[in-house]
Design a protein. Structure first.
Length: 434
């Protein structure tokens, strides 16, 4: 790791999202000057305990809960402006002001009503083959970006450009709605009027955030890059096609902010002590129904954005080693160790078997993933509470052995262990982040 006065960190989910990144971002934000969201949209949800209440943030970086921290929404994020202002309103109701410390990239793309409708219609049409999207228009907005049909914040800020872009885009969308989905068209005047009003509201937040972050880095500020979802939902490195529409891996931090890779000092991966995923797609280590229900209730495993119950399973070392590889993880944070406290035996998946072949590395073939049988190591549980442990030595011996085995399998050190949702329920290995 490059040693200098900066310490710029990318924090990524190393499974299928929902690993508990919100709590860790909240902790690391205390030692950061800038907190930057680099991809996704309001399909993500980061839950943070604040003044004894749980606050869920979907677009605005979790660091906003810390006074004087600067928060940035990068160009890699797609923005639902109405959701953005709802979040600002919710923060204000909780006594959190964003004035002068929240900025949005002028290159970020805007989600429009037609994106959300098309998302819903496509998903409904697929029936049993649906992807499991949140139907918030994220995928269609990214598709427009790639098709050069997107409308960026900077386009919205220019009344002439916005009018002309909207005419072109809406003509195509209305034709699609009519010919493919047999659905009524959108009104140009209505969308134009609504978003012209939103232009005035978003204006104070809009910046060239690549320049803003470069200036911050040059002046020695510490920058924390906040990923949404998880590496196994990355559009390139995830379980395609059951993925999100952006790069949730560490590479997304570079593309999604304009920050030079040379300025990134470290990439930290967050995992649960077991595995979860929301929505459709392969999940080799998924629990049987009875254990699923037990862990889901103990871990409160319901989606922060959709409320959907999460699927739960044993820790999958192939999944996390894949994340170590594609992100270049330098350390691992383990969340929700306490959820396993009452289990007599705990399993770790160390390989897959499919049609007589053993896989020790995570395969990209979706047929293999859907049909793979996990090969497990079995470890004794600790069957005692970890919730009050404040340091490594206070964890039960079998819990320490379990974590050490994860380190061996991943070949990456564990730096933080979380044993509850509160900030105080956190064990810092070697006291690094205290």
């Amino acid at each position: 790791m490059r040693k200098n006065k900066n310490h710029n960190v990318v924090l990524v989910g190393a499974q299928w999202g929902d690993e508990g990144k919100g709590k860790i971002i909240d902790l690391l934000a205390q030692k950061s000057d800038y907190i930057v969201r680099y991809q996704g949209g309001n399909n993500a949800g980061h839950t943070v305990c604040f003044d004894n209440e749980k606050i869920v943030l979907h677009l605005i970086p979790s660091g906003i809960l810390h006074p004087k921290k600067i928060c940035v929404i990068g160009n890699g994020v797609v923005i639902d402006l109405e959701a953005f202002f709802e979040e600002i309103k919710m923060l204000a109701q909780n006594g959190v002001s964003v004035k002068g410390r929240l900025f949005v990239s002028d290159r970020a793309h805007v989600i429009f009503p037609y994106h959300k409708l098309i998302d819903q219609l496509r998903e409904d049409e697929k029936g049993s083959k649906k992807i499991g999207t949140t139907k918030k228009g994220i995928g269609p907005c990214y598709a427009d970006k790639a098709n050069r049909l997107g409308i960026r914040v900077v386009d919205l800020m220019n009344p002439h450009v916005f009018r002309e872009r909207l005419k072109i885009v809406l003509a195509e969308k209305n034709l699609m709605l009519k010919k493919i989905f047999n659905h009524a068209p959108f009104s140009f005047d209505e969308i134009h009027r609504t978003y012209s009003r939103l232009r005035k509201r978003i204006a104070p937040y809009v910046r060239n955030t690549s320049l803003l972050l470069d200036q911050a880095a040059r002046s020695g500020k510490k920058i924390l890059f906040e990923g949404a979802q998880g590496t196994l939902l990355d559009v390139d490195y995830g379980t395609y096609p059951y993925v999100t529409s952006s790069n949730a891996s560490a590479g997304g931090a570079i593309i999604g902010t304009g920050m030079s890779a040379a300025r990134i000092d470290e990439v930290i991966g967050v995992v649960k002590a077991y595995t979860t995923r929301v929505g459709e797609g392969p999940f080799p280590t998924e629990f049987p129904p009875q254990l699923m229900a037990h862990i889901r209730e103990r871990g409160e495993e319901y989606g922060a954005t959709t409320g959907r119950p999460r699927r739960c399973g044993w820790f999958d070392a192939l999944v996390t080693r894949h994340s170590v590889l594609v992100n270049g993880l330098s350390e691992i944070v383990v969340m929700k160790l306490d959820v396993l406290d009452d289990l007599p035996k705990i399993k770790i998946c160390v390989a897959y078997k499919f049609r007589g072949r053993r896989y020790r590395d995570f395969p990209s073939d979706i047929e293999v993933l859907e049909g793979a049988r996990p090969i497990y190591e079995e470890h004794p549980g600790w069957q005692s509470s970890t919730k009050f442990a404040k340091k490594w030595s206070e964890l039960p011996p079998n819990a320490r052995k379990y974590l050490k085995r994860l380190e061996q399998l991943l070949q990456v050190p564990i730096s933080i262990v979380s044993v509850g949702s509160e900030r105080s329920q956190t064990i810092f290995i070697n006291g690094r982040y205290q």
